[in-house]
Design a binder for this molecule. Sequence first.
Ligand code: CS2
Length: 510
Amino acid sequence: MNNIKQSHIEFPRLKQNLLPQLPADIDVPTYDRTQLKAGIVHIGVGGFHRAHQAVYTNELLKIAGNEQWGICGVGLFENNRGLSEILAAQDYLYTVIVRHPNGEIEHKIVGSMIDFLLAPDDKQKVIDKLAHPDTKIVSLTITEGGYNINPATGEFNSQSADIVHDINQPTDPKTTFGFLTAALKQRKEAGLPAFTVMSCDNIQHNGDMTKKMLLAFIELTDSELATWVNEQVCFPNSMVDRITPQTTAVELNHVEQQLGFSDQWPITCEPFTQWVIEDNFSQGCPKWQLADEKTGAQFVDNVAPYEKMKLRLLNAGHSVLGILGAVEGFSTINECVQDPVFKQFLRVYLDKEATPTLDEVKGVDLEAYKNDLIERFANPNIKDSVSRICSESSAKIPKFILETASQNLAAQRDVRLAALLIAAWCWYSDRQVDRYGQAINIQDEMQKSLHLNAAKTPQDNLAFIRQADLFGDLINNKAFVNAYIKAVHHIYATATQSGIKPIMLNYLTE
Ligand code: CS2
């Protein structure tokens, strides 16, 4: 949450004892929160978790007998301090503002979170919480970049500074893997059963991937523990979906003006929500499917086709709009998709490049899914920023776009639109401005190297895609290289004068 103006409070603060006084049309927790135990510890409490898993859990807790499934949030970084203080001041309650395309708004106070620990304050306390007998599930939204995967090889990156630190100082961890390992070791030594590690990040096979990364980390120091983890810890795969823009001052003001109280970190999100999970838990799991028959989670044997569909249509679609939109000077995703050229380009990308790589998804009509997706992107009341979508592109593009492109190349199918997207990413990493010369605020762990490599273009046309840690051996693929060089020429020749739309249009009519 950036740039939120802290208001000078005249409004009563959201707190447990305020709930009985709230207007009847606000959906409030009806269960006794004092009875909840933290069966779930969640690492990475961002907007998405609070609009998704915490909401499903909130609905579940309304059904008697589920008191063991409260959530304790964990923030690993100093920059989670603001959130930690806000949640503590609000008895861990917060408001979810669901905005429909027709302007209708629903308000919900979520009560499933009952505690929050900030790791920099007391790391052992976090380890003890994870190792507590009540903790049955440790869930993660640590972003695509949080898994320490080398995007080109798919292997664990054991060289990163924080990982090296955690290997050398296992009782003073910094990374998720360090904390999980310390806690699992403690559980093993205490004779306690393992918890489930449930990734809720946008990564294909997110459970399998988490298992692979965690085991690779533990193997570096304790192969006996690795064997125990391999045998005892379950890592369900899951597909998660709900568009949740960053909170801005608009939402704080909305709560004050419309609801009459102060919530210093409400969440806004779209009405659509989906969660498909494998039923694979070390110590049972909440019956999230019972939460609400309309929006309950779906437990399935194989999540892979759902994940692939979502990553390659929704997340890739976001990246297509976001990167090209950033060059064009758009600031929100709905603005992008309301532009007919962008909308058509997106649809052609989804139909011609993404869809041929998808497997059949039981019970899902892909045409309807894509139509709905475009409507979701166009929701004028969800002002999802282009900068949120473009943030950490170096972790997203390999997963959202390049895996699809590689599959298309192997099958000798077209990759022109993906190549244009990568060329646009190169141009904006190089120039760091939009077509009008307005600075683009790029947030990316790899920003420096992206810029340095991109800036060698157009003298060295291929410098950007020569970054093997992002693009693997794509540089050796003639069909991709040809499409990419062509796209680079177009963008570098005309983006500043006439923007990217004429080029996109050209690609659609060619
Ligand atoms: C977005 C996702 O980060 C991104 O680029 O595509 O955050 C997306 O909004 C969510 O996955 C929606 O479920």
